[in-house]
Design a protein around this ligand. Sequence first.
Ligand code: PGA
Length: 259
Amino acid sequence: MKAGILIHDSIPYSRYMSRRLLIAANWKMNVVPTGALEKGSPYHPLSDIDIVVFPTFLDILECSTVGLMVGGQYGHPESQGAHTGDISMAILKNIGCRYVLCGHSERRASHGETDEFVAEQVAAALEVGLHPIVCIGETWEDRKKKKEKAKVEEQLSLLSLGSDLTIAYEPVWAISGGDPDKPAATADDSQQMHEFIRSLLPKDRQEQTRILYGGSMKPENAREFLNQEDIDGGLIGGASLDPKKFVEIVRIAEELLMS
Ligand code: PGA
């Protein structure tokens, strides 16, 4: 259904009826931002927007205890066993996680996570009732060769896309402030990729599957990205560590929701 279709007398259809906006804070290997655990901090859940934080494993419990919606930055596909330094999906669930990131590009690059491994992670997460956010996105090399669509298609090919999951499209070259030698990712460009990704989903999941954008989202560009028809939220790294920037992005999301 597209904007303009009436679903009940005079209520126009809005994509937010099918897909709640999700603003996710990926804190990576950083300490919890100052004040984040206090009552009323911008990292707390809202009634109309999903706000989820991804702290280090050590901080998950405290974040969840004060009422933040939390996720793990990673979870191993096996449920237990000889995996030194790893953590299972069930442990994440038991300490209060509701979400888990799967296949973040930094883990694909530095921990050798393959599409096969990511598909196993997603299946394991679903099995214990964690909501996976699967990260996909092309490198600059892929884009130079005009292979960005082929890349994301390949990354999605092993996943059961009929499941209840979220996708985060993160062009690798745009993450962490981007690269001064490369152009910044644009909202138009990203919308095209999101539309393409949505077209790869089974027909009966296209309306409700959320596709987030990630890659240097900040207050200055959040409105442009979040305003795109197929961008259902953001996976935010650097700017999420600054409560002032994060609250501004959440405010922009709320404004768009109301408009
Ligand atoms: P960034 O990180 O916002 O700092 O680019 C996003 C991510 O890596 O998830």
